[in-house]
Design a protein around this ligand. Structure first.
Ligand code: ZN
Length: 183
């Protein structure tokens, strides 16, 4: 029987190995693992259970690395693999379609999946402000902020406190992107 500490450290080590060669898109090119680490911290600090935090650590392994759902199920649990797949985009679809699907399917997802989505978007908005990708225009950043807001609006009932943290991040980021408003 694994302890909670063993489960979480195993997930962190697995994600660290899988994301080894990846960097975040921002100008500082932070290690990719900074992102799942932030997502996990957001989930844990907003009262989420260990299954949610573990899947939060692993949430980008299938979408962004060579990890398969079968591998996750064999290394972790079937339920862990299922939860990661619930938050994994179908990369066979074109980008615009994928984003629309995320927003439309969110209300039908589990509370755990919706928590991971809210933490993921909160982390991404922070990154867009703190370490933006050099080629992203302000318009593109604002579009991502608004799309994230629509997604979180379909998730917020799963964890109002986490939704509030997203809202604060959104408001802070938008005030920077839009600059001082005229009186
Ligand atoms: Zn992510």
């Amino acid at each position: 029987m694994q302890t909670d500490v063993q489960r979480l450290t195993k997930a962190f080590f697995f994600a660290a190995q899988k994301h080894t060669d990846q960097r975040r898109k921002g100008a500082r090119a932070e290690p990719y693992l900074n992102h799942p680490a932030e997502v996990a911290e957001l989930l844990a600090s907003h009262g989420c259970d260990i299954d949610t935090v573990e899947a939060g650590i692993l949430h980008d392994t299938v979408e962004d690395t060579d990890t398969t759902p079968e591998e996750l199920a064999s290394v972790f649990r079937q339920s862990t693999a299922d939860l990661v797949m619930e938050v994994t985009d179908n990369t066979a679809l074109p980008r615009a379609e994928r984003k629309r699907m995320q927003i439309e399917t969110a209300p039908h997802k589990s509370d755990r999946a919706r928590n991971i989505k809210m933490a993921d978007r909160t982390s991404n908005l922070r990154s867009i402000i703190n370490s933006p990708a050099p080629h992203w225009t302000t318009e593109r950043k604002i579009a991502y902020f608004d799309e994230s807001r629509q997604l979180v609006d379909n998730c917020r009932s799963a964890n109002p406190a986490l939704a509030e943290t997203f809202d604060r991040t959104y408001a802070w980021g938008m005030s920077i992107l839009k600059g001082p408003t005229a009186p």
